[in-house]
Ligand binder design. Structure first.
Ligand code: KG4
Ligand code: ZN
Length: 319
């Protein structure tokens, strides 16, 4: 079964053809970073307008470059939630109209479930497993019981981890999005240069977390947390921030593994491009950590088509 996947929940306009939920035939992406960079973040109205003008040309290019015909598409899957409302609407309207025109079934999928499914494009993973999403929009821990059965155990109550990286990068004048720049600077700094707060929440669950305190500490209260012997360089600030931001996730993953007894940890989201993070994940005692290739960690349409395949198959069986 050939499924066309469409992802437009934020600023990436992505389209992909995937066979049987496993083999990526082709994927294309239109990156809007340059459009949003001057504003230091994604401007929802601009993102939606850009999706409107790029979606159809991207689809036509996909067919042209691969030689596949629109009649070959057996079903259409699209991200339906969560995300920027208007951006989602562009993808959903396009997908539904296309499916109607082709006389093929259409399904909307959850963006977070798709992130957690992305690693299965590199090989099947047994259920249950732990799922960890660390992206610019989400930071979430849970148990994945099946492609359509999830138990959320904790998440950020304010900023996502990647969002905190981006805000600290902007504060340090590194441009947007600055997660990768923070990583590059941190390699030359010393994480011991500041003892930054790593919030656990009194009124949240043990796996909930908050990045606003860490962000405020770096931007407004750094002197309070700085260790005197260290020079206050951008490298040291980046290293101390990165260490605190990542430790908050690593500690929770360790606790999840030991408390749940589930040892397979499947990760997704753009922050998984950070090597300090992936090294620490892979070093967790007793855990087998699966992190897909970078293009499958960030927003992409292959993960939408892949999980969409299972939903479409299920619907066909019930029909
Ligand atoms: O998953 P993604 O493409 O977008 C969302 O769906 O949110 O993730 C983008 C996020 C941005 O916040 C970016 O700064 C962060 O991932 N990021 C990184 C690195 N590369 C990208 N954060 C830390 N270290 C990196 N190397
Ligand atoms: Zn995402």
């Amino acid at each position: 079964m050939i499924v066309l996947g469409i992802e437009s929940s934020c600023d990436d306009c992505c389209i992909a053809l995937v066979e049987d939920g496993q083999r990526v035939i082709a994927e294309l992406q239109h990156d809007q970073t340059a459009r949003h960079a001057p504003f230091g973040g994604v401007v929802p109205e601009l993102a939606a307008r850009a999706h409107t003008s790029t979606m159809l040309p991207l689809f036509l290019r996909l067919l042209e470059e691969t030689g596949w015909r629109r009649e070959d598409i057996d079903g259409v899957a699209v991200t339906k939630t969560p995300g920027l409302h208007n951006s989602l609407m562009v993808g959903i309207s396009f997908a539904e109209a296309l499916a109607y025109g082709l006389g093929r079934p259409f399904v909307g999928v959850n963006h977070l479930h798709a992130h957690l499914y992305a690693a299965q494009l590199e090989g099947q993973i047994d259920y249950p497993h732990l799922g960890v999403i660390v992206s610019g929009g989400h930071t979430l821990f849970g148990i994945v019981h099946d492609y359509n059965k999830y138990e959320v155990l904790g998440q950020t109550v304010d900023d996502a981890c990647g969002e905190a990286f981006d805000k600290i990068a902007t504060h340090l004048g590194l441009g947007y999005p600055g997660g990768a720049e923070i990583e590059r600077l941190a390699e030359q700094g010393d994480p011991r240069s500041a003892r930054l707060p790593r919030a656990s929440l009194n009124n949240g669950g043990p796996f909930d977390l908050s990045y606003s305190g860490l962000k405020t500490a770096v931007i407004h209260q750094l002197a309070q947390f700085w260790v005197d012997d260290y020079p206050q360089t951008a490298e040291n600030i980046a290293a101390a921030f990165q260490d605190a931001a990542l430790t908050m996730i690593i500690e929770r993953v360790k606790a999840l593994v030991s408390q749940s007894g589930i040892t397979t940890v499947v990760c997704g989201g753009g922050v998984c491009a950070n090597r300090a993070f992936t090294n620490r994940l892979h070093a967790i005692d007793g855990a087998t950590v699966r992190i897909p290739a970078a293009h499958l960690c960030t927003d992409n349409a292959a993960m939408v088509a892949a999980i969409g395949f299972h939903h479409l198959q299920q619907e066909a069986q019930c029909a």
